[in-house]
Design a protein around this ligand. Sequence first.
Ligand SMILES: NC(=O)c1ccc[n+]([C@@H]2O[C@H](COP(=O)([O-])OP(=O)(O)OC[C@H]3O[C@@H](n4cnc5c(N)ncnc54)[C@H](OP(=O)(O)O)[C@@H]3O)[C@@H](O)[C@H]2O)c1
Length: 193
Amino acid sequence: MAASDAEATGNAGAGTGPGGEKKPIFLVYGRTGWIGGMLGKLLTEQGHTWCYGMARLQDRAGVQDDIKRSRCTHVMCAAGITGRPNVDWCEENKVEVIRANVIGILTLADVAHLAGVHVTNFATGCIYEYDASHSIGGAGFTEDEAPNFHGSFYSETKSYMEEFPRRLIPKPQNLYPTPYTLHPTPYTLHPTP
Ligand SMILES: NC(=O)c1ccc[n+]([C@@H]2O[C@H](COP(=O)([O-])OP(=O)(O)OC[C@H]3O[C@@H](n4cnc5c(N)ncnc54)[C@H](OP(=O)(O)O)[C@@H]3O)[C@@H](O)[C@H]2O)c1
């Protein structure tokens, strides 16, 4: 069941299946975005109970309210500043980028953690670049490896968000039965016109 933007998902019995088993309720951030839009479509197609979050991520009280009204068990965060027309925008607008991509994500993670709600953050692979140990076609990066790409401010904020939450919230065991590996795409920083 999909919920409209402003509507809570708390319909009667939404949290239980036919056999009384608990069903997840999803709260999605990134309503106007590319990935957030696709997530909404997928959740609807798969018959899940879900709604979009309305708060800015850095608005702690707003996020608390979203979590409360949705009665969510899981947050999917596809919100963040990506820059328009491209990530180079972030170089000249660092305060806004920090507010959303760092303070916002940490606020969401903290509020959800205190509420016992699981968070999936759709971050980016653009925090790695090929190096001596990771050549094109060779070994990929595992999620335990520290980010090594520092060529853009956008990527820098995303790197922080891989590092900090790992310290804030211990990684659940057996989340990935096999190591997740990532092959970076070569990235070029274009000068802002
Ligand atoms: N697209 C890709 O290829 C790609 C690849 C790797 C990673 N990612 C990451 O995935 C996430 C979503 O990407 P996308 O391509 O869907 O981005 P997008 O189309 O630019 O959408 C970004 C979304 O984030 C929201 N947002 C921005 N700042 C916010 C804030 N402070 N609080 C709440 N919402 C905020 C925007 O809402 P408003 O319109 O209201 O500002 C918008 O809905 C981003 O974090 C991005 O870094 C994307």
